[in-house]
Ligand binder design. Structure first.
Ligand code: PEP
Ligand code: MN
Length: 265
């Protein structure tokens, strides 16, 4: 690869192949933090797909700070993701937390997500590297760029070349207004260090839906290959990450604004 060029990860979905990396318009992943029930996941899939998203995201297994918080519906949520995939034609991106669950997650997922908290779970990295679904590797909340790239290297070294790097915000000193600090400088930095495609998650990156549009636009301006955006049909009632979730209407409006940036480029 030439300096500054990214590789492409081509992902087969029911609606056809979707490419992440080195193309415009960029690919958008959208959906709720957690899969809550069939109606909400199917409705969200249809709405985000109609707005222009290529992938539905949604957690079946959720890495929660408190053991008493909603942990995700697990295996039954995987079935609901399969139903949403069927109904919408979108590709599915969902997180695997445990090596024991990988096989059943990979059966439903078109892209397997490794969450920030598991970025250096080396046995999990080796295992997703030894299967053939593409892997979305989120940056650990306190991970350096070198640690993140070495985590990706575990997956590549195990034989899976299809890795996408997702920046989702890091811990800094002030969390009064934003949950994390979205490190958009990684975009130009990564372009000098790796050919792997980049995704930016402004939802976890800010923790507030009000800040998501500005950071999504900034990410495109800085050259991201893709975006991940949390969308919930009723954010006030969400079982996780409601405050950072756009409604389907707000997501639709945002994609229209992003398309304007696209045409201007
Ligand atoms: C998520 O995508 O809902 C999630 C838990 O992300 P992260 O691992 O970046 O916190
Ligand atoms: Mn979330």
């Amino acid at each position: 690869f030439r300096h500054g060029e990214s590789s492409q990860v081509v992902i087969p979905t029911p609606n056809g192949d979707v490419t992440i990396g080195e193309q415009f318009p960029i690919s958008i992943v959208a959906g709720p933090c957690s899969v809550e029930n069939e109606e909400m996941i199917v409705e969200t899939a249809r709405r985000v797909g109609a707005a222009g998203a290529k992938f539905l995201r949604g957690g079946a297994y959720k890495p929660r700070t408190s053991p008493y918080a909603f942990q995700g519906h697990g295996e039954s949520a995987l079935e609901l993701l399969a139903a949403a995939r069927e109904a919408s034609g979108l590709g599915i991106i969902t997180e695997v937390m445990d090596t024991a669950d990988l096989e059943k997650v990979a059966e439903v997922a078109d892209v397997v997500q490794i969450g920030a908290r598991n970025m250096q779970n080396f046995s999990l990295l080796k295992k997703v590297g030894a299967q053939d679904k593409p892997v979305l590797l989120k940056r650990g909340m306190s991970a350096t760029i070198d640690e993140w790239l070495m985590a990706a290297e575990y997956i590549l070294a195990a034989g899976n070349p299809n890795v996408i790097l997702c920046e989702r915000g890091v811990r800094t000193f002030d969390r009064s207004y934003a949950r994390n600090t979205l490190d958009l400088a990684v975009i130009p930095v990564l372009r000098t260090l790796t050919h792997l495609p980049i995704m930016i998650d402004p939802s976890h990156g800010t923790g507030r839906w009000e800040y998501v549009p500005a950071m999504a636009k900034a990410a495109i301006a800085a050259g991201t290959d893709s975006l991940m955006i949390e969308v919930h049909p009723n954010p006030a009632k969400a079982l996780s990450d409601g405050p950072q979730s756009l409604t389907p209407d707000r997501f639709d409006a945002l994609v229209k604004e992003l398309a304007v940036i696209g045409r201007a480029v």
